[in-house]
Design a protein around this ligand. Structure first.
Ligand code: FAD
Length: 400
């Protein structure tokens, strides 16, 4: 057993965007970091994601912005189509994806890989099974039978965080479902698309498809109304999505066929995490574990980057007063997080229509709008709302 008694020791639970960002920053500030991940390897699935506003600034301060730009998707065109594939509205890729200025759009897997290079080693296939807080830190028991003590534990284990339960932060009802679910699957080919994204909307079910110029394959997202539990094992997930999107039209037969053979299928609830505190003693939460805003917000990446950055900045400022640093991080981030969480439910209403009547009137409005000049300018209200929510003054931190 490896005993650690220095007061600059950290355990980061979860190797997603939040955990890897925190691990990279802590190591840079001279902390001894253990990062664990439940999965046997990095989870690189998912649709494309956006770093906006302060999220871009975190990437810059990590020295990763240029590399992120090199891996950017450069999706240049977006369109809305009918079940028969006829284009109802076409716009620029940034308008479609709600991006402005320096915002960077990249595949979630590329961002995770980039952050992992900066974060250093991760212990895969490992979970924390118990915490005991003592005078010198948090004693952590791991699923492989080992134990260690850390000055701080950061739970970056996502929407369904186990750290929350182990540390007694919040309760099971911390997760607020928004009545929808999201599925993502990689297609075997580019589906004839290059640098573009297309969306198809039918009552209660939306499907999106994109392909970049650099990858010989497309990715599909299925976003649909759903209440209640979701299947966990792969065959049941595939059967569930097939049934849910049966007879939907458009390119759904190809997307559903890809589910059978794809390496990755991601399926989860569209939900938010709401907690009245993000820490207990020396255990703090970051990213989705603390305050998931849902994929519908479009802000999961930015929130993960910013909550990790600010939390590490506060720890760096007062490394000998960990609980206080965690409180100060939460206080500094609450307003920012609340503003971003508000985007989730309102974006969902635009992305998934409740009825065929709503679909028809939305498509008619889009058709009219698309016939007018300055379509991108008019539809840019989404990007402006996201830009406003992404603005946050990061604390200045001197890097070692
Ligand atoms: C495979 C995958 C695909 C995704 N696809 C999309 C998408 O297409 N669109 C979108 O908007 N959002 C997606 N998300 C969610 C998105 O990544 C987050 O909302 C956002 O990046 C915030 O990141 P996070 O690091 O807080 O959480 P996450 O990205 O969820 O990362 C949490 C990490 O913790 C690990 N973990 C979970 N429990 C434990 C545990 N008990 N012990 C150790 N490790 C644990 C997980 O395996 C995961 O690697 C996806 C998440 C995953 C894991």
């Amino acid at each position: 057993m490896n005993e650690i008694h220095s007061n600059r020791t950290a355990l980061v639970v979860g190797a997603g965007v939040a955990g890897l960002t925190a691990a990279a920053l802590l190591r840079r500030h001279g902390w001894q970091v253990e990062a664990i991940e439940r999965a046997p390897e990095l989870r690189t699935g998912g649709y494309k994601v956006d770093a906006r506003g302060a999220g871009v600034e975190v990437l810059r301060r990590l020295g990763l912005l240029d590399a992120a730009r090199e891996r950017a998707c450069h999706v240049r065109a977006g369109s809305v189509v009918t079940a028969e594939g006829r284009t109802v509205a076409a716009m620029g890729g940034d308008t479609f994806g709600g991006r402005l200025g320096e915002d960077v759009e990249l595949e979630r897997g590329d961002l995770v890989r980039l952050l992992a290079e900066a974060a250093g080693p991760v212990r895969f296939g490992t979970q924390a099974t118990g915490f005991t807080e003592g005078a010198d830190g948090v004693r952590v028991r791991f699923s492989d039978g080992t134990e260690d003590t850390y000055a701080v534990v950061l739970g970056a284990d996502g929407l369904h965080s186990a750290t929350r339960g182990l540390a007694g932060i919040g309760s099971a009802d911390a997760v607020h479902p928004l009545g929808h679910a999201i599925g993502v699957v990689t297609m075997p080919t580019s589906m004839g698309l290059t640098n573009e994204e297309t969306t198809f909307v039918t009552a209660g079910r939306t499907a999106l498809l994109y392909a970049t110029a650099t990858q010989p394959r497309a990715r599909a997202m299925l976003l649909f109304t759903h209440d209640g539990p979701l299947p966990r094992d792969r065959p049941a997930q595939v059967a569930f999505l097939r049934e849910r999107y049966a007879d939907a039209g458009w390119r759904l037969p190809e997307i559903l066929a890809a589910l059978e053979t794809a390496d990755d299928v991601y399926l989860d609830a569209v939900a938010q995490v709401k907690l009245d505190r993000w820490s207990s003693g020396r255990v703090g939460l970051i990213g989705d574990a603390a305050a998931c805003a849902s994929p519908a917000s479009g802000q999961g990446t930015t929130l993960a980057l910013v909550t990790a950055y600010v939390t590490v900045a506060k720890l760096r400022a007062t490394p000998d007063a960990v609980p206080d640093a965690l409180h100060r991080a939460e206080a500094a981030l609450r307003g920012f997080v609340d503003g971003n969480q508000k985007l989730g439910p309102s974006n969902l209403k635009r992305m998934v229509m409740g009825s065929e009547k709503a679909v028809t009137s939305t498509l008619t409005a889009l058709r009219v709008l698309n016939a007018l000049p300055f379509t991108d300018l008019m539809l840019g209200f989404v990007a402006r709302a996201l830009a406003k929510a992404s603005a946050y003054e990061l604390p200045e931190v001197r890097h070692v």
